[in-house]
Design a protein around this ligand. Structure first.
Ligand code: ADP
Length: 239
């Protein structure tokens, strides 16, 4: 990474220890990396290696036990619960394996939800949500409920929802895990397009083919980074 660019994410020696009765589980044992604006990073590792814990930390759902996490210049570890929720709403967009859409709610209202929580007026959030849905190719599906959409379309709605607050970083957790291979390719193409337009993306995946779409792969094992390198298919690193 070019050292003159301020990282959008900087982890320094982050640990996370869970207390399980009398036993301490060291889920993260000292993670250090920085991610520059516009990067597309895949996080990989075997089950139990700490991927979910790392994503929860990056997603401001949980604080590190020790070490520091800076998101867009803000030291997240020092924030209280309300400030943490506010930074999550403002700076992060989330995409999940199971889409996590409200079932009885239209695509438009699902996408507008983060703006509702942010206090954006109805007309503004409706227009923004419609524009995002158009951008992901669902301009003709605004009033459809999730059950009236295919899996790939539901994930597009979820991606539109993740983008509607113009987040600094999109965090995606196995976003193609519930999709067939052709639909997965379409969703990966959409992520690539988003990255090409400047979005910073961090994606957990266990699938090497999916990870090859990213430009950098960080591999975890037993709560540590064991590899952090550019992918062969992703563009040439400029550092
Ligand atoms: P991964 O997502 O790579 O499967 P996790 O981050 O879920 O890994 O888990 C890392 C380690 O932390 C595992 O040993 C897991 O059992 C443990 N762990 C995760 N969450 C908790 C929790 N809430 N309480 C206790 N141990 C946990």
């Amino acid at each position: 990474m070019n050292s003159s660019i301020r990282p959008i994410i900087a982890l320094r020696d982050v640990t996370k220890t869970y207390a399980l009765g009398d036993i301490e589980v060291h889920a993260l044992r000292g993670i250090t990396f920085a991610i520059a604006p516009g990067e597309y990073v895949a996080i990989m590792g075997p089950s139990g290696s700490g991927k979910s814990t790392l994503m929860n930390t990056l997603g401001c759902l949980d604080r590190p036990t020790s070490g520091s996490y800076e998101l867009d210049g803000v030291n997240v570890g020092t924030l209280g619960d309300n400030a943490l929720a506010a930074i999550r709403l403002k700076k992060l967009g989330f995409v999940f394996q199971g889409f996590n859409l409200l079932a009885r709610t239209s695509a438009l209202k699902n996408v507008a939800l983060p703006l509702f929580y942010a206090g954006t007026p109805l007309r503004v959030r409706t227009a923004a949500a419609a524009a995002q849905l158009r951008d992901v190719g669902l301009g003709d599906r605004l009033d459809h409920k999730p059950s009236e959409l295919s899996g790939g379309q539901q994930q597009r709605v979820a991606i539109a929802r993740a983008l509607v607050n113009d987040p600094a970083v999109v965090l995606a957790d196995e976003p193609t895990g519930n999709l067939d291979s052709q639909t997965s390719e379409e969703i990966m193409a959409l992520f690539e397009q988003l990255n090409e337009s400047g979005r910073t993306i961090i994606m957990v995946t266990h699938d090497e083919e999916v990870a090859a779409h990213a430009k950098r792969v960080i591999r975890l094992r037993d709560g540590l980074v064991v590899a952090d390198e550019p992918t062969i298919c992703g563009g040439v690193r400029k550092d």
